[in-house]
Design a protein around this ligand. Structure first.
Ligand SMILES: *[C@@H]1O[C@H](CO)[C@@H](O)[C@H](O)[C@H]1NC(C)=O
Ligand SMILES: *[C@@H]1O[C@H](CO)[C@@H](O)[C@H](O)[C@H]1NC(C)=O
Ligand SMILES: *[C@@H]1O[C@H](CO)[C@@H](O)[C@H](O)[C@H]1NC(C)=O
Ligand SMILES: *[C@@H]1O[C@H](CO)[C@@H](O)[C@H](O)[C@H]1NC(C)=O
Ligand SMILES: *[C@@H]1O[C@H](CO)[C@@H](O)[C@H](O)[C@H]1NC(C)=O
Ligand SMILES: *[C@@H]1O[C@H](CO)[C@@H](O)[C@H](O)[C@H]1NC(C)=O
Length: 416
């Protein structure tokens, strides 16, 4: 999903081989949006497994210990109990993330849990979470990874209450679910750039023209609803490597990869930094003070290529701490986030109570085994064992590592 843009950027810097560059650019335009296709549902053949709550082995470790504990620093340890829900018990899993139903043969990736170094991270307690969220609204603002995140939360809460969809828009990319017995509202807002953007992609994700990105104008879709939010998770970044023309103060200031040669090339990390400054200054300046969690970069784990040229993610277990350090783009985008976050925090002292990082990057980086890979499609190898299948090494299987993001979210929110 646009990561090829990063390679292209390097190519552009070198100004080498213009023909190849043009070919690549057109390939990029055609494939710009990594559409996840939906497949007709057929009865699930995956074995449902029992979910056993797993607090036993280290329950000796402080229940209230998370107060001083860095939840984001830790390691993945084996978890024989397995995930908190099954693909058959949760009606909210979309087909491209329903890896077991789609025939993923290995299940080892389901048997890990995140162990912060200094405390025990309890699995989300759906009752406790829903009670804490009574009469409240949680908004998830960003790209398709936020959809992945929302679906995981819906699944984790499903054994207590099913969210009812009460709104959808933007080709179903924005949705609102309501939990009537708790009067809890979960709002998913599609805004992949967080700022105003003219996107010319058709329903199949084919781009007909360059994206026009207004770096100094936040997307009113989320800012206008902002006063109704009690809790907010914001995240973006994945769309920034795309070809785009950048605007500021109603003037074109440059572009990233565009074909018009008279425009200045501006690196997408710079554009991302500018957008984050806008977001954080909006948060600081707003009189409404929900709890804002900026969720850090989601790494993809393509190996031996990108999504468009045979890249795959075949690993079946997490990396150990220190075993993998990410790609250049991961480190760079994460650094932009940390720098802008620190800058915003330094600017306003009262921010710290309202603005925090949901720093899921380090723990997600260690999970190359958690993506859908070829199993974004239904039984991709049934007809041909060696079929060429396009992989998704960006979005995450459900159940899967994203469930941990919600365990952490729940810890933060219920202790807030
Ligand atoms: C929600 O608000 C109603 C009244 O507006 C109140 O009666 C009820 O106790 C509240 N519920 C929670 C869980 O806070
Ligand atoms: C539900 O919560 C909203 C605030 O999110 C509040 O305005 C409304 O009165 C609540 N409804 C009930 C029935 O408590
Ligand atoms: C924005 O553009 C207008 C003219 O179009 C100019 O007067 C103004 O100074 C510019 N503002 C900034 C912040 O650059
Ligand atoms: C760049 O060239 C196009 C025509 O190719 C023109 O419409 C545009 O105004 C030019 N932009 C700048 C900043 O010179
Ligand atoms: C710093 O804070 C002031 C007022 O709180 C705000 O106007 C300004 O935009 C902030 N700057 C940044 C970079 O967040
Ligand atoms: C802050 O808010 C005030 C009014 O609420 C507005 O006039 C001003 O432009 C805002 N500043 C920034 C940096 O958003």
């Amino acid at each position: 999903m646009g990561f090829s843009a990063w390679e292209l950027w390097h190519a552009l810097q070198k100004k080498s081989n213009q023909i190849i560059l043009k070919l690549l650019l057109s390939a990029l335009l055609v494939g710009l949006s990594f559409r996840l296709f939906f497949f007709p549902t057929t009865p699930s053949s995956s074995t449902p497994f029992l979910a056993i709550p797993n607090a036993a082995e280290d329950s000796t470790v402080l229940e209230s210990g998370t107060e001083q504990c860095d939840l984001f620093s830790g390691e993945w340890i084996p978890n024989p109990a397995g995930p908190a829900y099954s693909t058959t018990s949760c009606p909210f899993i979309e087909d491209p993330q329903n890896c077991l139903k789609n025939g993923r043969p290995d299940t080892g990736y389901l048997y890990w849990r995140w162990k912060p170094h200094d405390c025990y991270l309890p699995p989300i307690d759906a009752n406790k979470f829903l009670q804490a969220m009574g009469n409240k609204t949680l908004a998830l603002i960003g790209d398709s990874i936020l959809n992945n995140h929302a679906r995981s939360l819906l699944c984790l809460l499903a054994k207590v209450e099913l969210g009812e969809e009460v709104y959808h828009g933007d080709y179903f990319k924005s949705r609102t679910w309501h939990f009537p017995s708790h009067n809890f509202t979960l709002s998913l807002i599609w805004s992949p750039f967080l700022v105003k953007a003219d996107i010319f992609e058709d329903e199949n994700g084919v781009s007909k023209s360059e994206i026009q990105l207004y770096l100094d104008t936040l997307n009113s879709k989320w800012t206008s609803a902002y006063p109704t939010f009690d809790y907010v998770v914001i995240s973006a970044g994945q769309w920034f490597p795309k070809t785009a023309v950048y605007w500021e103060n109603n003037t074109v200031i440059g572009c990233h990869y565009c074909s018009r040669k008279n425009l200045t090339e501006i690196g997408f990390p710079i554009a991302y930094g500018k957008v984050l400054q806008k977001v954080f200054s909006f948060v600081a300046n707003s009189s409404h003070k929900p709890l804002i969690l900026y969720r850090t970069w989601t790494p993809e784990h393509f190996e031996n290529g990108e999504w468009w040229n045979g890249g795959s993610c075949k690993r079946t277990r997490p990396y150990r701490k220190g075993e993998y350090d990410g790609k250049d783009i991961d480190r760079m985008m994460y650094r932009v986030e940390l720098e802008e976050f620190e800058r915003a925090r330094a600017n306003g002292s009262e921010d710290s109570r309202h603005l925090r990082l949901l720093d899921t990057y380090p723990l997600s980086l260690l999970r190359p085994d958690g993506h859908s890979g070829p199993y974004r499609q239904f039984r991709p190898f049934d007809k041909d064992k060696n079929a060429m299948v396009r992989n998704d090494c960006l979005h995450w299987c459900l159940p899967g590592p994203v469930d941990t993001w919600n365990d952490i979210l729940s810890e933060i929110v219920t202790n807030h």
